[in-house]
Design a protein around this ligand. Structure first.
Ligand code: 13P
Length: 256
């Protein structure tokens, strides 16, 4: 497989800067020179300077959990792409289901943020996924197609293949319920097919599609063995260095 596995930790609204520093240090100490796969930590904004210092010149990458759709100016409370770039952030999680449901983010708004990222050479991780209600109503494909078509509108051809997609079934986030590897693979294959309709077959073959939703050391090997699962976006298990490092190990195994 030509796609490089990406193991990404989404720390959500957890860890003060000093706690984040401790966690980042424990992770970086073990995998500073790892190059077989990509590893990413996404702390809250307030911890980014601290974690940036610790990541330094290691191979571990730094991501943010959100970015403003605006470039600069009078937008109280917002953080711009340039501010993130200045702290050596290279990825941004866009359109997480928690932002969609708690903060009312729409596909159109998420699309603006995605295009802002691409303009600033930040790699967007576009999250998509259905609720349990939508799954039970047989609407998985319809929901995900709408999120992809809306989120990926107007992507410039030369940047398309850098984008990362994360499939996060809402019913599996923080619930301990993981999609089975078969359920996840089915949706990942659908996502790749849909991306090829939107962006073309070449980018679709290169774009990495991560799975997220109660991924942990006990289920990672099986999930990562599937042909269209190119890594994980991990919440709870990314907050413990040992668990996250075990997931990195699973990634290395799957890449080999
Ligand atoms: P959990 O791994 O805690 O289920 O969270 C997944 C997630 O939302 C990652 O973005």
């Amino acid at each position: 497989m030509s796609r490089k596995i990406l193991i990404a930790g989404n720390w959500k609204m957890n860890k003060t800067a000093s706690e984040a520093g401790e966690l980042a240090r424990a992770i970086v100490a073990q995998i500073a020179t790892l190059s077989a796969i990509d590893v990413l930590m996404c702390p809250p904004f307030t911890s980014i300077p601290k974690v940036s210092e610790i990541v330094g010149t290691s191979n571990v990458r730094l991501g943010a959990q959100n970015v403003s759709d605006k470039v600069s100016g009078a937008y109280t409370g917002e953080v711009s792409a340039a501010m993130l770039r200045d702290l050596y952030v290279s990825y941004v999680i866009i359109g997480h289901s928690e932002r969609r449901s708690y903060y009312g983010e729409t596909d159109a708004f998420i699309n603006k943020k995605l295009l802002t990222c691409l303009d600033s050479n930040l790699i967007p991780i576009l999250c998509v996924g259905e609720t349990l209600e939508e799954r039970e109503a047989g609407k998985v494909e319809e929901v995900i197609r709408t999120q992809l078509v809306g989120g990926l509108a107007g992507v410039p051809a030369d940047k398309a293949e850098t984008i990362v997609i994360a499939y996060e079934p809402v019913w599996a986030i923080g619930t301990g319920k993981t999609a089975t590897p078969e359920q996840a693979q089915e949706v990942h294959a659908f996502i790749r097919k849909t991306i090829s309709e939107i962006l073309g077959t070449e980018p679709a073959s290169k774009i990495r599609i991560l799975y997220g939703g109660s991924m942990k050391p006990a289920n990672a090997d099986e999930l990562l063995a599937k042909p269209d699962i190119d890594g994980g976006l991990i919440g709870g298990a990314a907050l413990k260095a040992d668990d996250f490092l075990a997931l990195v190990k699973s990634g290395v195994k799957a890449q080999a």
